[in-house]
Design a protein around this ligand. Structure first.
Ligand SMILES: O=C1O[C@H](COP(=O)(O)O)[C@@H](O)[C@H](O)[C@H]1O
Length: 229
């Protein structure tokens, strides 16, 4: 991994948004389209607002999520709601969005409707991961029964997950689908996340901290975008 350390989020968001725009622009000129995978949670909101104002051919950009909670998009904790409210705004309102949600009572039955939407996508241009204090990333939770499946090399592109230490059933892209990307970022804000990052780098037990699968990836270099506050 490569650590990019910023004193504050404003500086991080400015540089990170510019870097993402460059990657997406290059993808559009080389392949006619760009695919961006983002995370939810609290961390990326200001980045999304900054990115949404970028001058880019957004109609050629497809955006999806690394994971979502199994909630309709009008629910406060839906990652899709966050993306629609913060990223698919301003100039980025023209981007195409692929939802990880379908009308079903459970993620475990709904996953069959979501899987083909993601499985057909080509290599991603950029994936922005987040990280929880337990070392989960996307919804690859160390506490879940589905962790082996999510980390397996032959995993499906998406899987349903039920964390035992966090609310809601989830849909998560698998490790093997997330690593199929040209650029991989990990976005962290705050000293608490830096402590977790240091713990993740200090050992190699992937199942106890799934973020290690990316931070210690044999081929990919994760660009860690870290701001102190
Ligand atoms: O549950 C989730 O948590 C992680 C980290 O969220 P944060 O609020 O600490 O930034 C997030 O990356 C993931 O998308 C989300 O579903």
């Amino acid at each position: 991994m490569h650590l990019n350390h910023f004193a504050d989020s404003a500086a991080l968001n400015k540089q990170f948004a510019a870097q993402l725009v460059e990657i997406l622009q290059q993808a559009i000129s080389q392949r006619g389209e760009a695919i961006l995978v983002v995370s939810g949670g609290r961390t990326p909101q200001a980045l999304f607002q900054q990115l949404s104002q970028a001058d880019l051919a957004w109609d050629k950009v497809t955006i999806t999520l690394a994971d979502d909670r199994w909630l309709a998009d009008d629910q406060a904790d839906s990652n899709e709601r966050l993306v629609k409210a913060s990223l698919l705004q301003n100039r980025a309102a023209n981007a195409k969005f692929i939802s990880l949600y379908a009308k079903a009572d459970s993620a475990f039955t709904g996953v069959t409707a979501v899987l083909p939407r993601i499985a057909v996508l080509p290599t991603f241009d950029a994936v922005i991961l987040g990280m929880g204090e337990d070392g989960h990333t996307a919804s690859l939770f160390p506490c879940s029964e589905q962790i082996n499946e999510g980390l397996a090399e032959d995993a499906p592109a998406v899987l349903a997950v039920k964390p035992s230490t966090a609310p809601y059933e989830r849909i998560s892209l698998s490790k093997s689908r997330l690593e199929n990307t040209r650029h991989l970022f990990l976005h962290l804000v705050g000293a608490g996340k830096k402590t977790v990052l240091d713990q993740a780098m200090a050992d190699n037990d992937v199942k106890s901290m799934p973020i290690r699968a990316f931070l210690q990836h044999p081929q990919l270099t994760v660009e860690v975008m870290y701001a102190e506050h």
